[in-house]
Write a protein that binds this ligand. Structure first.
Ligand SMILES: Nc1ncnc2c1ncn2[C@@H]1O[C@H](COP(=O)(O)OP(=O)(O)OP(=O)(O)O)[C@@H](O)[C@H]1O
Ligand SMILES: Nc1ncnc2c1ncn2[C@@H]1O[C@H](COP(=O)(O)OP(=O)(O)OP(=O)(O)O)[C@@H](O)[C@H]1O
Ligand SMILES: [Mg+2]
Ligand SMILES: [Mg+2]
Lengths: 248, 248
């Protein structure tokens, strides 16, 4: 099973929007996929019309009393299952810190899914925490939606430094530009500077479009309800690029 | 001393942009003000050209070995000081959970500032955590930048429920619309529905303007470098409304 995180410590950059669309496309490409909504706010769960599972509990999951396969729910889309968010997930940091190997708890929890799935996608909450460190340790690849702003450049520097210092050479970092408005000179300037500094940025850029914002109203992945729309094309380009990088 | 938090569990909604501009305006109105950047990413510290203090440490602050006044730094603006962000702040949840009264640690830490300041402004990281609960317990008022999206309505419901259930009747919740694009029908629809459901929404709406986005490039509060600009006027309207609500 491949573990792909969609993460950025910065908030509101399009993590959930990306995770939901790519999870749908991963399943549509034939991979048995499960999307785990790690954000206690549950935006991905809301978008996929899922609901919390009464039996979910951060404490029980971290201690091993409860296993992830017990909490999986189907979605309306073939090949795509969901691990719904839970309010108790806000306690992950505290629960993980109480155990041995606190930065490996997520990896250990996800092992129970290995038999059933080809791909585990993680929608991550914003913020820097013990959970975000767990995600970096568990993931094979991290997709990083990046706004074309000055602070994003700084965030990417911090992320690449962190990964280099920790020696995680097998972790693939896949940043791409999200919510791009090419009419803005600020966005043009930052994109040019960032591409020079980080040549591994994905080529696909996701524009800032109302059509994408409305996904939260439709509560469904865009390729599911508008497969030939410009937005669906953008996400399928993004997924193709990610799939190529995973095979390298 | 009044404690005013700028908080929203949702990421990327304009918390830091709001906190920096209102901190400047609070100081300009004659209140001795300190802005505490609680986000380990340090976006407010970056915007005010501050730097982390070597002696800052989440562990020492929570245990009382280190006091906040020791970490305060001046800014370029009269009457405005800064408590810079620190990378160790990502451990706040774990450190607070190790102490008695874990949800009151922030309030206790802030007491040492009472003598020196009229106003403590908190720029909060995104996410739901023990720190975010500490903020609700310590604050006299919480300013909530709210995007005009369907998920925001849900977030406001959750916040008001949480505050009502916890019995914090003296906590003032001050939501306002942030990053508004009135040309979008989605934004118009959500604003109308939200104002009906939450009549206490502030009247001031902060538009989605490049001029505001560029503040991250200027690295200064907008009223400091463009006092008569449309954006500066919007933030001074926002501050006036907040100041009126605080006196009620
Ligand atoms: N490409 C886009 N164009 C327009 N709006 C977008 C785009 N991507 C995301 N949005 C909108 O921006 C907001 C933030 O997106 P989203 O919730 O996916 O970000 P996030 O990084 O998951 O946020 P959080 O940090 O709170 O989890 C949402 O209102 C969403 O509808
Ligand atoms: N009114 C606005 N118009 C245009 N851009 C804005 C506006 N307010 C904020 N921004 C931009 O949107 C992005 C998010 O803003 P900001 O960093 O203030 O949000 P935040 O809520 O503090 O984010 P986080 O949750 O990561 O702390 C930044 O790039 C900022 O420049
Ligand atoms: Mg999200
Ligand atoms: Mg911020």
């Amino acid at each position: 099973m491949e573990i792909i995180a969609v993460s950025n410590i910065k908030g509101g950059v399009g993590k959930t929007t990306t995770a939901v669309n790519l999870a749908y496309l991963a399943a549509a490409s034939g991979r048995a996929t499960v999307l785990w909504d790690l954000d206690p706010q549950g935006a991905a769960t809301y978008t996929l019309r899922g609901a919390p599972n009464e039996r979910a509990s951060a404490r029980k999951l971290v201690s091993g009393k409860r296993e992830l396969p017990e909490l999986v729910a189907p979605t309306d889309y073939a090949g795509l299952d969901l691990l719904p968010a839970d309010f108790s997930y806000r306690q992950f940091d505290v629960r993980m810190s109480e155990r041995k190997h606190p930065t490996e708890r997520l990896l250990r929890m996800s092992r129970s899914l290995n038999q059933d799935y080809d791909c585990l996608l993680l929608d991550c909450p914003p913020g820097m925490s013990l959970l975000s460190e767990n995600v970096l340790r568990a993931a094979d690849a991290v997709i990083v939606p990046t706004l074309p702003t000055p602070l994003s450049l700084r965030m990417l520097e911090q992320l690449f430094d962190l990964v280099a210092q920790a020696g995680w050479s097998d972790l693939r970092l896949l940043p791409f530009f999200s919510m791009v408005d090419r009419r803005k000179s600020l966005h043009e300037e930052v994109i040019a500077a960032t591409r020079q500094r980080f040549p591994m940025m994905l080529a696909t850029e996701v524009p800032y479009w109302s059509e994408i914002e409305r996904m939260a109203v439709r509560r469904a992945p865009i390729p599911a309800y508008a497969p030939r729309s410009p937005a669906a094309l953008v996400y399928s380009n993004l997924w193709s690029e990610v799939a190529v990088r995973l095979r390298q």
